[in-house]
Design a protein. Sequence first.
Length: 400
Amino acid sequence: MPTYSYSARPAGGGDIKQGEIELASKDEVFAYLHKQRMIPVSVREKDKSLNITFGTGITTRDIVIFTRQFATMINSGLPLVQSLDILAEQTDNSALRTVIRDVLYDVESGHTLADAIGKHPKVFTELFVNMVAAGEAGGILDTILLRLATFLEKNDALIRKIKGAMIYPAVIFTVAGLAVVTLLIFVIPTFQQMFEAAGVPLPLPTRIVIAMSQVLQDYWWALGGGVIAAVFGIRYAYTTDAGRLNIDRLLLVLPVLGDLQRKSAVARFTRTLGTLVSSGVSILEGLEITAKTAGNRVIHDAVMNSRASIAGGETIAGPLKESGVFPPMVVQMINVGEQTGGLDEMLTKIADFYDDEVDTAVDALLSAMEPIMIVVLGVVVGGMIVAMYLPIFDMINAVD
């Protein structure tokens, strides 16, 4: 889906506001702005080829350190320009230094800090920009930056947990796959020649393994092409709205992994929205930003439906419950937070709870994967070896 940058003026008057949104066409952008009671000034599709990826080589850890140091300097009373100049001098990352220099130049030219960092979307996310804008407007920039640093650290820790849970089984199955392919291509043909020379009848398991070896040797190009076609097919499907929705819906219902994805999505959603709301970002803006960072189209649609519900005077909890994605406990706690006026605190509590749930789910996944991998590898590799030795046992018995 294309990304459009727009500038619009509130219908009741005021300063021109700028932003970005992902929609199917310009007409939908205009319709969206009219619903928000904004008068469009300009709408244009972003040229992705012009986006310079400064983010390459800039890690989350770099941004966290920059944010914490920036907050400390602002809290100590240092002027904004001087703080940025010091940060640019002391950072070891040359790409980040270039970005900070650009931000410093824009701030010295009269731009707000939010506008300056907003020119580098590959480094500073929309969430980062909106929270900085709220901090500038409320005079609490140092507090907002500290919240941002904490949020980024916890979000990065969550991502690393998920990736860490996937790396171990992926490595094991990759090595096992290479071992099986090596056996089928190089070892099995040797046994096959020996059995043909001996002229012994082959049992069914042996014939199956030999047939697998012959298929792999004769049609490796077709198998490889099929894998490549499947990968590109899935990638293409993911670029379409319907394809992405179906794939993301499938990911949420996978055994074990689906539950892990759901819990991590809930933790990311609640922590992002809670951080935005507690920082003074409006609930409508917060929901829109949160939807973009959901990482799953099913979650994205549920959050955007909640945004439409809020805009229509309803609650957030209703559409979240109807989506069937969010657990009943989460929906009820959000509903209580809305009614009591403590939505940000409730969202933070949910995020902390689901961070622990993700930890537990990752440990359970790893504990379950170890015996499963041992059994699978034993059956596959051991079964192939036994299948090839069965005719040898028959030959020994015949000699006896």
